[in-house]
Write a protein that binds this ligand. Structure first.
Ligand code: 5GP
Length: 122
């Protein structure tokens, strides 16, 4: 899948639409999700044009990968989530329900998050 420069997170990175920013580094930007699914729901995105975790893990440079992984940990720590705990999640492709085709990691926290995944309907 080719990267679409008009996806919503590309527009956020270019400053064309606003976001509620919580963190920025050389390789990553983090902002609050517009439709939070937990008391804390932050999205961390790399600054480079990667469609998903699959694209990022295959094609990003070592510096981008290291910078991004560091950013995810930094954001969670700065939000005070390291001690009570949190969940990180990334969707890739149709079966995951990925909506925005710019790689992002969700950070959820602020409450007991319960089961990791909802089993499929029988
Ligand atoms: P996905 O399903 O692709 O893993 O997650 C996409 C996430 O992006 C969703 O949780 C959705 O609420 C969030 N989102 C979609 N559009 C916007 C937006 O314009 N701003 C922000 N902050 N979040 C968005």
């Amino acid at each position: 899948m080719a990267y679409d420069n008009e996806n919503i997170f590309a527009k956020i990175l270019r400053g064309e639409i606003p976001c509620d920013k919580v963190y920025e580094s050389q390789h990553a930007l983090a902002f609050n999700d517009i439709a939070p699914q937990a008391p804390v729901h932050v999205l961390v995105i790399p600054k480079g044009p990667y469609v998903s975790s699959d694209d990022f893990s295959a094609n990003a440079s070592e510096a981008e990968i290291a910078g991004f992984v560091r950013a995810v940990g930094d954001v969670a720590r700065e939000l005070g989530l390291a001690d009570p705990g949190y969940r990180i999640l990334a969707n890739h492709g149709p079966d995951s329900g990925q909506e925005v085709s710019h790689f992002h990691i969700h950070i959820f926290g602020g409450q007991n998050l319960g089961r990791m995944i909802k089993p499929p309907e029988q």
